[in-house]
Design a protein around this ligand. Structure first.
Ligand SMILES: Cc1cc2nc3c(=O)[nH]c(=O)nc-3n(C[C@H](O)[C@H](O)[C@H](O)COP(=O)(O)OP(=O)(O)OC[C@H]3O[C@@H](n4cnc5c(N)ncnc54)[C@H](O)[C@@H]3O)c2cc1C
Length: 494
């Protein structure tokens, strides 16, 4: 049995902790914050609201199910999943709303009604997307991305064409659809999870399959139920959690990590997983000579967006809202340019409103509504109270016009969250929310390596390494890092 330290208790750290504990190691998780979950933490208010701070779209349910089944459980042992219907609404203009049904036949009919002939095209698009999803999610994403040879057994040459690793997502979508609304519907997952559709490989149409075919789910009680469940699994396997434990340094001797410095005290370990933001782990916790990358490397990388978020409690019901509403009533392209190319506060932003109290009455007091507003922005922007408030009004104006309901006068809880908070709370590079963008030059073996090249028993996990941003990939990265560390420790012992 080896003694292992995991830095960070987000999805990736929790996943690594569960797998390493199950492999028989003594696992300690060190988390700088007072509660687990990282970007998926929760908080409750004296008024009776319960807010999920980050993720709200539960996509790819199979990945979660696989995680729990690896430990002899099912998701149903911990939380109840509800399939949302409609999956989500998209607002294209005043009273111009597209309601996305969770039923695929109805979705095809919707496509056909907007663009004649598009139902057949949707079918073809989804067939390809399904192939990418099955190949990608069941196989490719579990590869550590350390060398091209990992992909040799996959008929990569044959598959590369079908997987469309080298063609652009934007062109791919336009090859099938010409209606602007349908194009925006297909492009939105790519924008929110991290790049201009023009710079994203068409491979990522697997996200459309995940979202439109497999459905949008909601864990009753909130996304935080998933975190609670993972903490339980790790604890059941013996992992020990240490909160308010800010790791200050990874101690190294030769090519080995020997322990961690926490609150001025050195604790010895046989292996370490850095599941906090990769850039922070390397630049702040490791001596220069041991880093995989220097600061200029990170400067050159394309980051997924940061976000301006408002958590709002409203003391009346708003039945005009669905659980998820995307405000796409301005140009997707212009907003993308101001996130990824020009890095400025958006002129005419798109944004997203989540109202989980439409589905779950445990997240707001009776007769009240729980709202979460999110506007994607470039990381590293100037973040002031005045700017936050300016955009609060921009979003509320459009939300109130759309619903026809006055909301501002009924707010009884309000908290904003933006770049400064991401940096302060998570040591996030430039305040990024979702890690690295999924561009061609940042896919698979081109992502920051999951393994430290000089320290044999140090691995990284989380949204800045393979396979990428989002909850399902974070879960998978924890598993990959755990397997690599376990293999290394077994190899050293034998
Ligand atoms: C607002 C928002 C909305 C999102 N929406 C979705 C969604 O709907 N669906 C989806 O799939 N994904 C979504 N995501 C992305 C998803 O939440 C993340 O990809 C995922 O949670 C990242 O997990 P992680 O383990 O990589 O990192 P984190 O969750 O950031 O975990 C890292 C942990 O390390 C800790 N830490 C940092 N430095 C130290 C230190 N020195 N010592 C000790 N601990 C340290 C941090 O406090 C943190 O708890 C969203 C993210 C955000 C921010």
């Amino acid at each position: 049995m080896s003694k292992i330290a995991i830095i960070g208790s987000g999805f990736s750290g929790l996943s690594a902790a569960a797998y390493l504990s199950a492999a028989g190691h003594e696992v300690h998780i060190f988390e700088k914050n007072a509660v687990p979950g990282g970007r998926a933490r929760k908080f409750s208010t004296p008024e009776g609201y319960l807010f999920d701070m980050g993720p709200s779209w539960y996509w790819m349910p199979g990945v979660f199910e696989k995680f729990f089944s690896d430990f002899g459980y099912s998701t149903t042992d911990f939380y109840e999943l509800k399939l949302l219907d409609p999956s989500f609404d998209i607002v294209y203009g005043k009273k111009d709303v597209m309601r996305i049904p969770n039923n695929y036949t109805k979705l095809s009919e919707l496509f056909e009604s907007i663009e004649p002939g598009s139902a057949t095209k949707l079918h073809k698009f989804m067939e390809e997307a399904e192939y990418k999803y099955i190949t990608g999610i069941e196989n490719l994403v579990y590869k550590p991305g350390l060398s091209l040879t990992e992909f040799a057994d996959l008929d990569l040459i044959k598959g590369a064409f079908r997987l469309q690793v080298f063609s652009s997502f934007s062109k791919h979508v336009r090859h099938y659809f010409s209606n602007a609304k349908l194009i925006a519907l297909m492009e939105f997952p790519v924008l929110f999870l991290g790049a201009m559709p023009q710079d994203t490989p068409a491979l990522y149409s697997l996200m459309n399959y995940a979202g439109l075919k497999l459905g949008t789910w909601y864990p009753m009680g909130g996304f935080c139920k998933v975190i609670d469940a993972m903490v339980k699994v790790a604890e059941n396997k013996g992992a020990k959690f240490h909160f308010n434990a800010n790791v200050e340094q990874i101690c190294v001797d030769g090519n080995k990590a020997t322990g961690l410095l926490i609150n001025g005290e050195k604790l010895p370990f046989d292996g370490v997983i850095g599941a906090a933001d990769y850039n922070h782990v390397e630049q702040k916790l490791l001596p220069v000579a041991y880093r995989n990358y220097d600061e200029s490397y990170w400067e050159r990388k394309t980051f997924a967006p940061s976000s301006l978020i408002f958590y709002l409690g409203v003391n009346k019901r708003i039945p005009e809202l669905e659980h998820h509403t995307l405000f796409f009533d301005e140009s997707l392209f212009d907003h993308s340019v101001e996130i990824y190319k020009k890095a400025k506060w958006p002129t005419k932003p798109l944004f997203y409103v989540c109202s989980p109290s439409q589905t779950d009455n445990s997240v707001a007091p009776e007769g009240h509504e729980n709202l979460f507003l999110l506007m994607p922005i470039a990381p590293g922007l100037e973040d002031t109270e005045a700017i936050r408030e300016k955009y609060f009004d921009v979003m509320m104006d459009r939300l109130e016009t759309q619903t026809g309901v006055s909301i501002r006068t009924n707010i009884d809880y309000k908290r904003s969250y933006c770049i400064k908070d991401f940096i302060f709370d998570y040591n996030s590079y430039k305040g990024n929310a979702y890690g690295l963008a999924n561009t061609l030059l940042q896919t698979a073996i081109l992502k920051p390596k999951i393994k430290n090249k000089k320290i044999k028993n140090l691995f990284y996990a989380g949204q800045l390494t393979v396979p990428g941003p989002g909850v399902p990939p974070a879960l998978i990265s924890g598993k990959i890092a755990a397997e690599l560390l376990n293999q290394h420790l077994n190899h050293t012992l034998n």
